[in-house]
Design a protein around this ligand. Sequence first.
Ligand code: DHB
Ligand code: FE
Length: 282
Amino acid sequence: MARITAGIATSHVPAIGAAIDLGKTQDPYWKPVFDGYEYVKEWAKDNTPDVVILFYNDHASALMLDIVPTFAMGFADSFQSADEGWGRRPVPVVHNHVDLAAHIAEQLVIDEFDITLINDMDVDHGCTVPLSLVFGQPEEWPCKVIPFAVNVSQFPTPSGERCWKLGEAIRNAVKTFPEDLNVQVWGTGGMSHQLHGSRAGLINEEWDQRFLDLLANDPDELIPITRLEYLRETGTEGIELIMWLAMRGALGYGVEEKHRFYRVPASNTAVGNVVYEAKSKE
Ligand code: DHB
Ligand code: FE
């Protein structure tokens, strides 16, 4: 049977991708950020999954605002890195696990999640920067990836509670896939940041640190947080943290926190990274 063994959450700041691609990771500005990712890079060598289900948001790179799906699964065989205005990142093509994706899609619809299927798309920094942070710069990504896009671009965005329940539904779907697969769930985006307007540059470290504590130890406290609170406390883009709740919901209640990292500054974002292993491996 397939099982979810671990979860990772990380910010997906595009400038981090540029720093990697341009060989600037040891520059004084970036070194403390990349040092914080040494743990997950080492951990991933011993814990390479067969498949990652990667919750992220597309930033109007592949999903333009003409159609705004709330939850959308990548259904193509593979996904190229999107050109976000400065060329495609020089990273490997992302390969899907189409059989698992089809099974999850079927089970989600049975479970009353009416998701969108995307048969052709590119993946932007929300997907490729986390892959680079965890797996470095290989010729090929070492596992299959099912990109799962959550709308945080245009209201109404889903609530944190809805994302948590999506995670739970995906957990149940994975459990009933007959092939023996080691599956990880990743949530990307966050932590506090606001890119535009009069509050641009907003960082709320106290709120972020509490979120990190509760995500590991008492996630029930986080589930009811409203979209308004995310916007007010963490900035307009801080709402990307709802992807972390999808990841955490998919892991089940018992997790062992293997790593926690928090760093400001990194571009305009408070960068966070956590690594959780599921206690129950079923
Ligand atoms: C930044 C962060 C993001 O999450 C994003 O999607 C774009 C930019 C930033 O901090 O620059
Ligand atoms: Fe983002």
